[in-house]
Design a protein around this ligand. Structure first.
Ligand SMILES: Cc1cc2nc3c(=O)[nH]c(=O)nc-3n(C[C@H](O)[C@H](O)[C@H](O)COP(=O)(O)OP(=O)(O)OC[C@H]3O[C@@H](n4cnc5c(N)ncnc54)[C@H](O)[C@@H]3O)c2cc1C
Length: 303
């Protein structure tokens, strides 16, 4: 996809008025192909189906960039409800959270309190919380919160993005912490982030290999079969056990490949987003791939 189109969808992803309208629309524009429903019940049903075919999950209650404390409180409560639903229905799923949804932009202390409450609930049921990485403006704040939480909790990890120049160096401070490594989904300035696919892909492999060799649990989150094949060869050649890493992809993407990897004996985890706040997430997916735009257009026409 050209940079112009990518930037256009990334620009739309940040449009607050459209985001607010989308909450009232329900899933539209083909979003239901990549968003597993609006309610917790719908998400749990989708995950049960994935579990039955050998896929684990990490569930994300969609939403980000919250500016009111009561919205952050709602998000905290919803997260705990999800943790309880996973436990009571014996579903194989972790939870992914975004700190801006839990109040990071309002106050880091509020966000930290919300995270502690969520992590206590997760600990009680033996679950794990992964903190998604958002845009660069929140990067250091996210790492600071993670480091603070890791003093008390071992059931929390985060994400590093290979488009950031500092990613390789940050891995040194994150030794021993479970990490998801991704290419990166936001529009970032060239001062902080690589801009070409070649550079981002090469750094992606370097970061994955470094964290694996450091002995850290590594989730390789990508739809890119070249990267996946490379990781398979690297882990075999370096005798890295299959229980030290997993592959992850997003719900609705390359489902056959997800199943094939699980069948080969790799741990596979599908990232399952749900909720009425689907707009920003969906626009970022449209920015990534022209085929996604095609199914959005089909979705629009079929409504
Ligand atoms: C589980 C998960 C969690 C994520 N969490 C975060 C996060 O916390 N923060 C963040 O910034 N980003 C996150 N991302 C998004 C990520 O940063 C990328 O923007 C996104 O994954 C697109 O990059 P890619 O590695 O999948 O491959 P791309 O660079 O998009 O694609 C590379 C190649 O893979 C093939 N390919 C890709 N998609 C398909 C497809 N659908 N069908 C067929 N072939 C395909 C094509 O050959 C394509 O050229 C996450 C992604 C995943 C999968």
């Amino acid at each position: 996809m050209s940079n112009v189109t990518r930037n256009f969808f990334l620009f739309l992803s940040q449009n607050k008025a459209l985001n607010n309208s989308a909450k009232k629309w329900g899933l539209r524009l083909g979003a239901s192909k990549v968003v597993a429903g609006v309610t917790i019940e719908e998400a749990m049903t989708s995950i049960q189906t994935l579990n039955q075919s050998g896929l684990k999950a990490t569930v994300d209650h969609l939403g980000e960039f919250v500016t009111e404390a009561n919205e952050a409180e709602e998000a905290r409560k919803a997260c705990i409800e999800i943790i309880e639903a996973i436990h009571s229905q014996q579903i194989d799923s972790q939870i992914s959270v975004k700190l801006t949804k839990l109040g990071l932009d309002i106050s880091p202390d509020l966000c930290m309190d919300n995270m502690r409450s969520i992590l206590d609930a997760a600990k009680d049921t033996g679950n794990f919380i992964n903190i998604d990485m958002e845009d660069y403006a929140r990067y250091q704040a996210t790492l600071d919160i993670l480091f603070e939480l890791r003093n008390t909790y071992d059931n929390v990890g985060t994400v590093l993005q290979s488009y950031l120049y500092r990613g390789m160096e940050d891995l040194d401070d994150l030794k021993g912490i479970p990490l998801r490594i991704v290419k990166g989904a936001y529009k970032e300035n060239e001062d902080v982030a690589m801009q070409t696919k070649e550079a981002i892909d090469a750094n992606f492999l370097r970061m994955i290999q470094k964290h694996l060799l450091n002995g850290g649990y590594t989730a390789i989150a990508t739809h890119d079969h070249h990267i996946i094949e490379n990781v398979k060869t690297f882990t075999t050649d370096n005798e890295i056990p299959k229980d030290q890493f997993e592959f992850q992809m997003l719900y609705g993407f390359r489902h056959e490949l997800q199943l094939a990897l699980a069948k080969e004996g790799y741990t596979f985890r599908t990232y399952v987003p749900f909720g009425k706040d689907w707009y920003g997430y969906f626009m970022r997916r449209l920015a990534e791939r022209p085929q996604n735009v095609a199914f959005a257009v089909r979705g629009m026409l079929s409504k």
